[in-house]
Design a protein around this ligand. Sequence first.
Ligand code: G1P
Length: 301
Amino acid sequence: MSVQTSSGTGAFRTAVVPAAGLGTRFLPTTKAVPKELLPVVDTPGIELVAAEAAEAGAQRLLVVTSPGKDSVAAYFRTDDELVKTLEGRGKDELAEKVRRAPGLLEVESVYQYEPKGLGHAVAQAGPALAQDEQAVAVLLPDDLVLPTGVLARMAEVRERHGGSVLCAFDVPREQIAAYGVFEVSDTDDDDDVKQVHGMVEKPSPDEAPSTFAAAGRYLLDRAIFDALDRITPGAGGELQLTDAVALLIAEGHPVHVVVHRGGRHDLGNPAGYARASVDFMLEHAEYGEDLRNWLNERLKD
Ligand code: G1P
């Protein structure tokens, strides 16, 4: 069954993208340009994430932003003048690229006025949901999960098990302190679908309950908003989405993960961003071969 046309419990219409952060790791650039608009080859990271949400059936992207970052939502507005100019010059391919983002899905924004953490950012989306939206997707724009398609798998798991479904990556234990980490057990469903019994934000490697880490894709039952209202500041003094998920689990709400075995890029820091750029560029029809040759030469030094 296609997620797009499904009216079952796995379906969702709104994808929330938290994008209110200061982008401190990209200063000084982020004084003027939100990090979500930095290009991977030629396309802003947030367009890649919006395309992934649309592909999984989302009809609306709710960007949680902060005053001064309005250019993130503005990026998704149509620009008929520019399209007309490009078409007039015979640059149809470029015109198509310009039309793509506004054509993906409806984009709205809500503000997070204070930087109180990811949980607080997601909570701002609650009032914008319609009464009949039983679930919402959350996509962290720092994370590229490749190939796309994990959200559709997560929606299938919610159809079967109900509750909330998150995406997990198996990461080396020495890196685990950067993530939300799951305590899991196997299901008889599928090796890569696991039941979650607990979740902890940024544990030390020796305290981490597993090496399965949250990878920036969440399909959350709307019960999450009530849980977000009840949590108190956690790791880093911030209101953590992880703590709201942990609260739901403690109260008997079913939570599962789909373990994604593909690739992942972290666009949230310059090193990860450079890797993603090189990876996408190497696959690019126009730039790939040149870059490969240059890199081969460069790496001989
Ligand atoms: C956030 C979440 C964390 C998750 C991570 C994925 O952390 O709080 O649970 O594992 O994203 O990238 P952040 O990277 O914002 O510190």
